[in-house]
Design a protein around this ligand. Structure first.
Ligand code: GLN
Length: 508
């Protein structure tokens, strides 16, 4: 039999439900795997070994699972460290919240627990979810399990790496401008950014509130769909939560194809700027979709080229406002020996925030200031509306849109640290979906021919149409050759330098 840690979430769930393995044994298997892989990956900020063991024993004592109410009975999972977890510290990978222990669970964490899941780890991230490589964590660097010299993507890089390294069976991340889809793509796992409003943000530390969405990362589409079905739904404690019934997710029937499905390729996403290997792997997947009977239609989203600028203006503006609460008095740690009130703010914020967060706060405060507000914030809001309209028009005639998740495969750790603009450009293919509030799935479609690193394809759908997005993903996944899993993370690493790819990205 395959080792327990290497099974999918569903396979493990089924073994647990039938009593063939116990929750304690599965937790043990994950802990052993973590002990072996974590020294070279660094995906985890807080390991909840004791709590997980106790939760496993509680489940065992309470008797066999109720399959309807507890579809995740006994399954160990990790969550990004911006989701509040009762009694377990929640840092947002920031010095400011280094010792913050929330007294309550985020809505999604509560849902996971009620479904029988076991919280095993809080995962690393870019500080306050600002970044695309997880290098902006105040605590540690996370490495890509496919090549430990490379970044895992971000900001949910710890979640993606922990799933790719098979430390846990799935994870929750957050996606404000691509932070689920991008790391999922770079680590070769499946990630879903739900429609804005589909999943409650209650208990998720805010970055940019009109963009943030919580979603699952998992080893395959079925696992991802199961996690999504558990966390989706109305929550009165989030004013933007959609009052819609939980979506019905049906697994496609055996041998289902894509006939009758219209898939749009937005020219702006495919035109230039992609590395040759990313373009090649994604085009191959589009070819597979066509072979399965889908009609492939080239379309245009004319305002897409303005999306990145609009996103970084609006997200930074919201961040500067959201992060104002971290003042050293009400929230977070107080900086050392301030002389008066103003100094308390200054010292606490200077010491508590890292460089990327400070950059966003400055940028946001600038674009919101009198005299600049109309030129930047108002203009960017107008662009946002145009982009949303572009997507609506395209999705009237297409069932879904396809684009790569990232212009390149995982880059070298440190390569872009002093180049924020190129780092921002890595989000060029993901941010527009957040501007429009629509759902998107990142699906691994192959390994780059040069780097031998994973390439992700995004399937973007209509608002609240996650069932279709997941269905398309599942059918495509079944037809594509599996990318396999990273070689044992301690063994020799693959991949040559992709300097040429980075040069290309800088030129976008
Ligand atoms: N990389 C983007 C940013 O830094 C997106 C981050 C996210 O989705 N949380 O804003």
């Amino acid at each position: 039999m395959r080792p327990l840690y290497s099974l999918s979430l569903l396979e493990t769930r089924n073994l647990l439900a039938s009593g063939e393995v116990s929750p304690s044994r599965v937790v043990e298997a994950c802990l052993e795997r973590i002990a072996r892989t974590e020294p070279s990956i660094g995906a985890i900020l807080t390991l909840c070994a004791e709590e997980a063991g106790a939760a496993a024993r509680r489940l065992e004592a309470a008797g066999p699972p109720d399959p309807e109410r507890q579809p995740l009975w006994g399954v160990p999972l990790s969550v990004k460290d911006l989701l509040c977890t009762r009694g377990i510290r929640t840092t947002c990978a920031s010095r400011f919240l280094e010792n913050f222990v929330p007294p309550y669970d985020a809505f999604v964490v509560d849902r996971l627990k009620k479904a029988g899941a076991i919280l095993l780890a809080k995962t690393n991230m870019d500080e306050f979810a600002m970044g695309s490589s997880t290098e902006f964590s105040a605590f540690q660097v996370t490495r890509n399990p496919w090549n430990t010299q490379r970044v895992p993507g971000g900001s949910s890089g710890g979640s993606a790496a922990s799933v790719a390294a098979m430390q846990t069976y799935g994870s929750l991340g957050s996606d404000t401008g691509g932070s689920i889809r991008l790391p999922a793509g770079l680590c070769g796992v499946v990630g879903l950014k739900p429609t804005y409003g589909r999943v409650s943000r209650y208990g998720a530390v805010a970055y940019a509130s009109s963009f943030d969405q919580i979603g699952p990362l998992a080893r395959n589409v079925d696992d991802c769909a199961l996690l999504f079905s558990v966390i989706a739904g109305y929550d009165p404690r989030d004013a933007t939560s959609a009052q819609l019934p939980a979506p019905a997710l049906e697994r496609p029937e055996e041998g289902a194809d894509l006939s009758g499905v219209v898939l749009g390729l937005p020219a702006e996403y495919w035109r230039g700027g992609l590395s040759a290997e990313v373009e090649q792997a994604c085009c191959k997947a589009v070819g597979t979709a066509a072979d399965l009977g889908a009609e492939i239609r080239e379309i245009s989203l004319p305002h897409l080229p303005y999306g990145l600028a609009a996103y970084y203006i609006l997200a930074s503006a919201e961040a500067s406002s959201n992060l104002a609460r971290f003042d050293g008095l009400r929230y977070g740690r107080r900086g050392g020996s301030p002389s008066d009130l103003k100094d308390t703010y200054t010292v606490s914020r200077t010491q508590g925030f890292g460089p990327e967060v400070k950059r966003r706060i400055l940028l946001g405060a600038y674009t919101l200031s009198a005299g600049y507000y109309d030129a930047y914030y108002t203009k960017a809001s107008q662009v946002r509306r145009l982009i949303r309209d572009d997507f609506s028009t395209a999705l009237e005639s297409c069932d879904a849109l396809l684009a790569p998740a990232c212009p390149v495969t995982a880059w070298e750790i440190g390569a872009l640290l002093d180049d924020p603009l190129t780092t921002y450009k890595m989000d060029i293919l993901t941010v527009c979906l957040n501007l429009a509030g629509l759902p998107g799935l990142s699906l691994p479609v192959g390994l780059g021919s040069e780097s031998r690193l994973p390439v992700g394809l995004q399937i973007m759908g209509r608002a609240f149409d996650e069932p279709r997005v997941l269905r398309l993903g599942r059918i495509l996944e079944a037809a594509l050759p599996a990318i396999g899993s990273p070689a044992d993370v301690n063994s020799k690493q693959r991949g040559s330098g992709s300097e040429s790819e980075l040069k290309r990205a800088r030129a976008v």
